[in-house]
Design a protein around this ligand. Structure first.
Ligand code: IPE
Ligand code: IPE
Ligand code: MG
Length: 246
């Protein structure tokens, strides 16, 4: 359990790289798709825990721009799973006042999935609880590049000049513009890398790596990450004397 002491130091925005589905399946001699299917339940558990804990923003990495390089059958299986899961889960998310949104290159998604994401966003748009952002066909470099392209267009159109570009204006052109920066980045599955997830937004995130494979990740594991986060001192370049006791 998260102690009373730590409640005041909860992260406002948690981002999760949900890794380890394939290994979870392999350990059970199951096809990789079974691991991906088993990865739905922990998303539900983490969402509920965030709602319980009053955490406002959760962003999860479901499919990267590099994951298109996987075998065609695996990619197809994942896309089907996303559509099915979305259709199945959206009503409950809506009842829980969750606002669901997607980031990533939607132009490369199949029309069925694209339509399902738009429908889910529309249905939950007015909700005021947890903002759940799912990154699909997302890459941090893609996001930075599309922001740069958009800024270049605005310069060509004459609506801004190069000198107008500062960090705030740049951030306003990212697909994560409406989200606060990430306080806590969690990666399951044991790898210690970022794999082209949110790049700009994690500049000052606390990072929590766990060997637990994503299908085995529970609300209790999330609590452990929250405990770790609460025990840290975020200095943002200052000295510990400047920021005071943690
Ligand atoms: C994460 O699990 C899910 C996606 C990347 C879509 P993996 O499929 O990468 O699982 P491992 O890393 O092979 O165990
Ligand atoms: C990162 O996992 C992407 C998602 C969890 C969606 P990967 O399994 O694709 O990462 P790498 O390739 O091992 O770095
Ligand atoms: Mg992986």
């Amino acid at each position: 359990m998260v102690s009373r002491r730590t409640v005041k130091t909860l992260p406002g925005h948690i981002a999760i790289i949900m890794d380890g589905n394939g290994r979870w399946a392999r350990r059970r001699a199951l096809p990789r798709q079974a691991g991906h299917r088993a990865g739905i339940k922990p998303v539900r558990n983490v969402v509920h825990r965030c709602v319980e804990r009053n955490i406002h923003t959760l962003t999860v990495f479901a499919f990267s721009s590099e994951n298109w390089e996987r075998p065609v059958e695996e990619v197809k299986g994942l896309m089907t799973l996303f559509v099915d899961a979305l259709r199945r889960e959206v009503d409950e998310l809506h009842e829980n006042n969750v606002r669901l949104q997607f980031i990533g290159d939607r132009s490369v998604l199949n029309s069925e999935l694209c339509a399902a994401t738009v429908a889910a966003e529309e249905k939950t748009r007015e909700n005021t609880g947890l903002v759940l952002t799912v990154a699909v066909a997302y890459g941090g470099r893609w996001d930075l590049t599309q922001a740069a392209r958009e800024l270049a267009r605005e310069i060509v159109a004459g609506s801004i000049t190069p000198d107008d570009i500062d960090e705030d204006l740049f951030a306003a052109h990212l697909t994560t513009a409406s989200l606060p920066t990430v306080d806590l980045l969690i990666r399951t599955g044991g790898e210690k890398r970022v794999s082209n997830f949110l790049l700009w937004d994690i500049a000052y995130s606390e990072v929590y790596f766990t060997d637990v494979l994503w299908p085995d990740f529970t609300a209790t594991e999330l609590d452990q990450a929250l405990e770790s986060y609460a025990a840290r001192q975020r200095r943002f370049g200052r000295t510990s004397d400047q920021v005071g006791p943690s």
